[in-house]
Ligand binder design. Sequence first.
Ligand code: ADP
Ligand code: MG
Length: 535
Amino acid sequence: MSIITQLPKSVANQIAAGEVIQRPSSIIKELIENSIDANAKNIKVIIKDAGKQSVTVIDDGIGMTKEDAIKCFGRHSTSKLSKAEDLFKIKTMGFRGEALASIAAVSEIILKTKTEFDNIGQQVLVKDSKIVDQKEISFQKGTSINAKNLFYNIPARRNFLKSNNLEIKYIIDEFIRCAIAYPEISFSLINEENEMYKLKSSNLKKRIISVFKKSYEKNLIECEEKYGAITINGFIGKPENTKKTRGDLVDVNIHPTKTEIKFEDEKLIYNLVKSSVNKSLEKFNISPSLDFDADINFKENIGFQISSKESKNINKSYSNKKKDWEKIFENVKVENSDKMLFENTSSIENENKPVQFLENFIFKQVGEKLLIFNHKYCQQRILYEKYKNSNIKSFTNTQQSLFPQYIEFNKSDFKVIQEIIDDIKSIGFNIDFFGKNSIVVNGIPNGLDDINEKEMIESFVEEIKNNNSDIKSENRDLIIKSFSKKAKIINNKNLSEVEMNLIIDRLFACKNSKYSPDGKQNYIELGIDKVENLF
Ligand code: ADP
Ligand code: MG
């Protein structure tokens, strides 16, 4: 008996659509790209309920005829490609003829369109991938596509959409990506009657400034590089305004959504971009403060970064510092057997002084064992547990800043902030919204050394942006992890005996003292046999 059947067309359509349309922002991407391909001069995007209820893209491009207004919804239906050779001279953003068919498989569509050669426009309604109505309407030259009730027919997909703040963030990112690539086109984005962006036709530099912050104005450097058939041009921000990010920067056509490019010689392209950036920096006499060869993940800089001058003062301020630590360790729950290990040996604690080795390590004999601690990881674990157990209501551990710090975000990152502000507050930051896309930091968690508020809060945003989880409750955990990696309890290179003992003591008071929040081992144990075997 045969067990293989051909999938019904509707199911096959939904599966194929899933690759192209993951969320409202995917619809916006596809529709804007179609408008660009249709030579639009003005593109207007309107969203309702973060695009979940409705997305409309209106353009003044070439429009479609009566016949094409129906054909465009067919799978693999495109006007941009007719034979295989055309693949090698593609100038349009689309060519696979999949987008409208995919959108039609997961939403209800109203298409309105008119070409300059027709006197009357066309309206087409599509539901469940079927044309349900077509009629003549009066319409201006161009196309308007309205996609409603995204994933109405696939509830599981609908449930996987994120909060409105995050979905709007994705929409803004997509909108900006297109708007920057086509500065000559004017774009607007309207969210629930509120005009979030109105970008007039201009040049690249002006577009970048109007999309991002005004403060970028003085900080953009032009780059250009030519090599054979390849030309690279654009703008870079001065290094001092750069933050390292793991976000993607590239485009084009091997994936259905075309967010990856395959270059035959990736290294060549990389080197060209790098050389172009470096040349521009040299030309403007700006030495990069970022290491372009380094891994773009945040370098862990938890270590003890303190100048020798500062370290002289440490002893002076030592007694104050000690008080600060104490605050840090309030609330740490002590409820496990690791603590016993330490307690049982407390009688010999005084005899066995800890020893620091190469800044990062602490050696200490505990009972008959030699323990080697990676104190950076230990600090991370201590902080992680401390903040994990705190909550917004009981948290009073905020130290007021002398001068409030204002941090401005772009609109997209600001949506992330709106999403996580309560989680940030819950670990002791006193922050509030301030003006349109800014926050003010009035206080920071108590008892920590040298917090850079801006860098810290930006790192929270990055962490959330780079996380693919759909679970909102994970946000707080991610923030605390990121926080525990950046904050420092003790920030000097040379640890005193008291400091080392304090770290070890607090580590063993943790619920999970063995591992850092990232799962790295906090310490290793060497028994007598192991040490003897070394000889
Ligand atoms: P592709 O863009 O890959 O060709 P789509 O499914 O996105 O596939 O669109 C199918 C066709 O519908 C396009 O090739 C184009 O002819 C037509 N079309 C879609 N959007 C527009 C628009 N905004 N203006 C004019 N024609 C459009
Ligand atoms: Mg397209």
